[in-house]
Design a protein around this ligand. Sequence first.
Ligand code: 13P
Length: 287
Amino acid sequence: MLVSATEMLKKAVDGKYAVGQFNINNLEWTKSILATAQENSSPVILGVSEGAGKYMTGFKTVAAMVKAMIEEMNITVPVALHLDHGTYEGCYKCIKAGFSSIMFDGSHFPIDENVAKTKELVTIAHAMGLSIEAEVGSIGGEEDGVVGAGEIADPEECKKIADLGVDFLAAGIGNIHGKYPENWAGLDFDALAKTKALIGDLPLVLHGGTGIPSDMIQKAISLGVAKINVNTECQLYFQEATRKYIEAGKDLQGKGYDPRKLLAPGAEAIKEIVKEKMELFGSIGKA
Ligand code: 13P
């Protein structure tokens, strides 16, 4: 069922686990993630970047597809449809399109502007029954054109944004979108602990979930992270499985060219990595 992410993340904070946000790009991605959540009784968040929304012809298409798939696939676990790194305009579009959750990424604005815009969007999102995530301190790297320097969030600024009534908060702690470089310094747990001490039980969000070692994921969860975003890893699994299929010449055998056959190994590979992440995050059986 389509729900906001508020309740599932409150439960995650209490239960000391995290819910995965898996980004979607098309029907296959969405189907694999929904099926895995249902098979494993796990709550799930479907993330949609503005670029992916555009690729799928617009947020209205995405919302209609997700709602119909939840119904046709008999998905009974809690599913949130969430805008990832939304602009101010993108947030309004997703509210109108029927998303159940939005992220306003005002991290590149001066803090006062981030506060003002976040505050306005919190009021509107809540009036419409959506949950809202905000961001302080940017996530490093690049995702669908959103580029960040990777600053560590100032805990005082986190508190300012938390006090606006956001439902969960992304605080940059050295995490990076995409693959991590060899010389990555790791997550800044001191900054995370300081922020946690100021914001209490507000769920924290860890972006850049791809490639973070398991022990760091577990420590982050123990310090209040209740939502972890994964995008690149699903793409890599899909790519690898598709490459194998083609390199083995399977697309040339029989009706191996049928798109439903051609895309099947990638779709299965996404299910495998999503399940692995749900196990690591501790969300299995928590629906
Ligand atoms: P990765 O692509 O590094 O998994 O990050 C995903 C993310 O943070 C989406 O906002």
